[in-house]
Design a protein around this ligand. Structure first.
Ligand code: HEM
Length: 117
C-alpha cells in the first residue's frame, strides 16, 4: 500500500506545514490576522493529528524503539501546542509564540525520528 501511505503522509505534511507556518507567522506578528486564520489553523491541526495517528498505527504500531521515542516527543509537543492555541485564546500573541516553539520541536522530531534508529 505504498500509494496509500504516500497520500496519507502528503495530507499529514500539508496540514502540518499550514499549522506550523501560520503559527510562526502569528507568533512573529503578535497575532495580527488571527481572525482569518483561527478556523483554518484549527482545521489543519485536527487533520495533522488525525493523519499522524493513522500513520503512527500504520508504520509504527506495536514498536517502541528509539524512532518511536523521538516521534513520541514530537507528538507530545504537537498536542500541547494545540491545547495552548485553543485554550489560551484570550492571549493570542503569547499562545502563538508558545505553540511556535513547541511546533519547532514537533517538526524536528518528526523529520529526525527515522534517522535515530
Ligand atoms: C499528534 C500529532 C502527530 C502525530 C501522531 C504524527 C505522526 C507522524 C508519523 C507516524 C509520521 C511518519 C514517520 C515515519 O515516516 O516513520 C510523521 C511524519 C511527519 N510528520 Fe507528523 N505527527 C503529528 C504531528 C505533526 C506536526 C505538528 C508536524 C509539523 C508541524 C508534523 C510533521 C511531520 C513531517 C514533516 C513528517 C514527515 C517526516 C519524514 O517523512 O521525513 N507532524 N508524523
Amino acid at each position: 500500500m505504498t500509494l496509500g501511505l504516500i497520500v496519507l503522509l502528503s495530507f499529514h505534511v500539508l496540514a502540518s506545514v499550514f499549522w506550523a507556518g501560520s503559527t510562526f507567522v502569528l507568533a512573529r506578528t503578535s497575532g495580527a490576522g488571527i481572525e482569518a486564520l483561527r478556523r483554518p489553523q484549527l482545521g489543519a491541526s485536527i487533520v495533522a493529528v488525525l493523519t499522524g495517528a493513522v500513520l503512527a498505527a500504520w508504520i509504527h504500531g506495536g514498536a517502541f524503539g528509539r524512532t518511536e521515542q523521538v516521534l513520541m516527543i514530537a507528538v507530545v509537543a504537537s498536542v500541547i501546542a494545540l491545547l495552548v492555541q485553543q485554550l489560551d485564546r484570550a492571549h493570542v500573541a503569547r499562545s502563538q509564540r508558545i505553540a511556535a516553539g513547541l511546533l519547532m520541536i514537533a517538526v524536528i522530531g518528526m523529520v529526525a525520528a527515522r534517522y535515530v534508529a
